[in-house]
Design a binder for this molecule. Structure first.
Ligand code: FAD
Length: 382
């Protein structure tokens, strides 16, 4: 490969793709062409969905146009990636076939609601942008009854997010003066609230839930949803309103290309290399093993760091230097409590002998840091 007109193609303009594109643009020589493809023409951080539920934000005023990255000299194509052909070094969209020298796959996950029969007819999807304003409206008019939250598959993105939603809605119901008339149950297939953060942090989160009278039911694997009824492998429970996180899957093009087995994600090590030369995968679409039973959680903060790691190694490769960058697995997630406070789960995934996790007490400052987390990245990326 000559140094002339090198093409880096990035699939997906989410957390990972935007971080990688910006890092490449900041450091690469001018002969490196960077193209980002996304089927959406806008970006909005997923965490804003919680604020739409809360009613403090609106989708229309929170999304940012993705074509603004063209101002930086990064090309943007608003197209659907329908085929990835690593053997031919091409990617196919409905209108073109694009060649690349380096490929970064950052396509995130899709919600596999169809895996739970009856879910779409009988529940609302917490992670679906089309459902969050419906959730806001339903909660606004809820006066009494049984509210169920259900995590329906593991792993899912941002492990604390469904609990944050429960805390936010708990506060909305308190403010409306109806909290005592609403029973809140939280179902999960996992035995602990946050298995990825370990038993101690899970217990702390459980105590926080209990203090707000939200009942956590671990080891409840949903198999079906009927009108007002959740069916688990080990029983059934009634609900009046259901807010669910369905199982996740990778986009179809990832399975078709052989990059991941059906129903799984792309296996990568800390260099994010795939089985194909010059093809990298980052973020939620990947599965990065930490120990035999632990993988790196699906979180924006990690997708971003992996994007930067890969961008640095691609630049090193282009200028014939050693690829030294390695994803460090350090980061954290805010846990919003529905008040003006947030806790913070700090993690060091590759600390030895086991990952290190720590839940920092809720403070106003953590809530402000969460707000800044969004602002800083929007400013930097778009
Ligand atoms: C409610 C909620 C709250 C969250 N809060 C936090 C938080 O506080 N902190 C945190 O770190 N993380 C948080 N997350 C998780 C975070 O949003 C994800 O982990 C992160 O977005 C993953 O980045 P990614 O680049 O892998 O994928 P994404 O950001 O999902 O980007 C993937 C992109 O690929 C595009 N795409 C997919 N398929 C195709 C296709 N076929 N063709 C073209 N384009 C395609 C998509 O349109 C999308 O833009 C939260 C998630 C949710 C749902």
């Amino acid at each position: 490969m000559s140094d002339q007109s090198i093409h880096v193609l990035i699939l997906g303009a989410g957390f990972g793709g935007l971080a990688a594109a910006n890092e490449l643009k900041a450091s690469a020589r001018s002969n490196v062409k960077i193209t980002v493809i996304d089927k959406k023409d806008w970006f909005m951080m997923d965490l804003v969905k919680l604020w739409i539920i809360k009613g403090t934000r609106k989708f229309e005023t929170s999304k940012r146009p993705l074509n603004s990255i063209t101002r930086k000299g990064i090309e943007f194509l608003n197209e659907d990636v329908i085929k990835i052909e690593p053997q031919k070094q091409t990617v196919v969209t409905p209108t073109r076939k694009i060649s690349y020298d380096y490929l970064i796959i950052s396509l995130g996950v899709e919600l596999a609601s169809e895996k739970i029969p009856g879910l779409l007819d009988n529940g609302m999807i917490l992670y679906d942008i089309n459902d969050v304003s419906k959730i806001h409206e339903k909660i606004k008019y809820l006066k009494s009854g049984k509210l169920g939250f259900a995590i329906m598959g593991m792993p899912y993105k941002c492990p604390p997010a469904p609990f944050e939603a429960a805390f936010i809605i708990n506060t909305m119901l308190k403010e409306a003066g109806v909290r005592d008339a609403v029973q809140i149950d939280f179902y999960s297939p996992a035995p602990l609230t946050l298995p990825i953060a370990g038993p101690e942090v899970s217990q702390q989160l459980l105590e926080l839930l209990k203090s707000e009278n939200i009942t956590f039911h671990g080891l409840h694997k949903t198999i079906q949803v009927e009108p007002n009824k959740l069916k688990f492998e080990n029983g059934e429970r009634e609900f009046d309103l259901l807010i669910a996180v369905p199982p996740h899957k990778a986009p179809k093009s990832v399975y078709d290309s052989g990059l991941a087995k059906e129903g799984e994600f792309i296996n990568v090590n800390r260099d994010c290399k795939t089985m194909f030369d010059n093809v990298y995968a980052i973020g939620d679409v990947t599965s990065m093993k930490v120990t035999d039973s632990i993988v790196v959680p699906k979180a924006g903060i990690f997708a971003e760091e992996q994007g930067i790691t890969v961008a640095r190694n691609i630049i090193a490769k282009i200028i014939h230097e050693k690829e030294k960058a390695v994803f460090d697995g350090k980061g954290g997630c805010f846990v919003e409590l529905g008040t003006n406070q947030a806790g913070y789960v700090e993690v060091d995934m590759f600390s030895k002998p086991t990952p290190l996790t720590l839940l920092k007490s809720p403070t106003i400052q953590h809530m402000q840091e969460k707000e800044k987390f969004e602002v800083d990245r929007l400013e930097k990326w778009l």
